[in-house]
Design a protein around this ligand. Sequence first.
Ligand SMILES: [Ca+2]
Ligand SMILES: [Ca+2]
Ligand SMILES: [Ca+2]
Ligand SMILES: [Ca+2]
Length: 471
Amino acid sequence: MTRTFRSFGAPVAPVVVEYFTDIAGSASVADLVRTNLYTNDTPTWIVYSNLFGVNVGINGSTLPGLNYALGTVAADNYGVRAYTYFVPPTNGNYKFWIRSDDGMRLYMNTNSADIITPTSKNCPNGQDVFQAMDGNVNTKYLNFDKVNTGFTVTRQAGAIVQGMRFTTAGDAPERDPITFTLEGTTADPRFGPWTLITTASTGFTNGIPRLTRADFISVANSTSYTAYRLKFPTLQNVTAANSMQIAEVEFLDANTNKVLFAPQLIAENAANVAAYGVGSTPANSITNISLVGGQKYYMEALLKEGGGSDGFSVMWTDTTSNAAPAATIFIPYANLEYPALAASVQSPVKVITEMYLGYLTFATPASANFNTLAGIAEATNFPVNDYVGSVANYKYIAGNPDNISYQKYFGFEPSTYNTRYDGYLGKAYSYFVPPTNGVYKFWARVDDVCSLYMNTNAVNSTDPYGKKTDR
Ligand SMILES: [Ca+2]
Ligand SMILES: [Ca+2]
Ligand SMILES: [Ca+2]
Ligand SMILES: [Ca+2]
């Protein structure tokens, strides 16, 4: 019997969807953004969609929702971060409508495809990096990692920054950044190299009042960089401060016009709104957005599912319309585009993972259980009988996984939290590219058991048939 090795091409669907499974808490997005999986940027998996939404019917729970001998597996207590480029069909003013079960937030860069990436996500709910460039002095970016926190703005096209201006946050002056470094690159912002443009004072003197915009700071720069990295190396009182915080950061040209823009919150549902609305939090609804037809705009949604039904969707109308769109329509495929730049920075995937669900037990012989290597041998070979419990083996042998997803690292839920899935076989594959010639030792960390295979032969190193195992 010959088995065919399968591989899957790089994803091309326009919407990147990151799942964070089995995060406890309520149905509020606040309980997504504070969870370790989210703040550590380690989604359980990444998939791609043609729809800017998840389970857009919002009618019943998404898969697996399985009932079988091991019990019920429900898709509850998970979070989603989905992002894409929205491409408007025509010039005009747009109003976006959201519907979700349960809490949801919709962010959009209403000026460009540019994205903003924090140095870390160690932030309280509602005080993340988006609040540093939302034009609102009453919102702030707070980062508990304190020294050298900041963020990167990555652009689709270059811009020449020749000035900076900072605004103090509403409280705790000890957290005020006193100096900043500004760097630029025209290369991949994940790797640089970065050029130091300036190190200077923010203009926040000791005793500066709260919610105050400091003086314009001229920056000597004539280079059009495609990414700018801002960091705050010193604070007003680093010992007393528990964090760095800042209300507003402006990247300006010599005439004090803004040249960099970030996504901002344009709609929010605090809880279930199964019909389209402009958000159940009116203060966060921006319903008159001027856009240029054919241009790309970054759009991102956050969803936190508690229990019961799941999902979200987004649609738009003319700003003058007060009639909600029908719940059955969504942003057309033609108005979405794969966010190549954003994905390369935020979700760079090089690993494919598969899941085969529904293994009842690996109990033949009794020693071959879930947490023994004999269990893997039984799960990946022809079953000992044709009972229904053997279906999972046939799915593996036939190469029909229940789901295919992607990873940023060679792992699957690397912190070994509960995925909410039990009784499954998983498979991950990638190419390993050694940095130097040498002798290597590989270490595996797993809950429950794994076998690691590798083709260690230089002559056919990418051929999966050359693989060998060393446990
Ligand atoms: Ca559910
Ligand atoms: Ca702000
Ligand atoms: Ca729900
Ligand atoms: Ca386990």
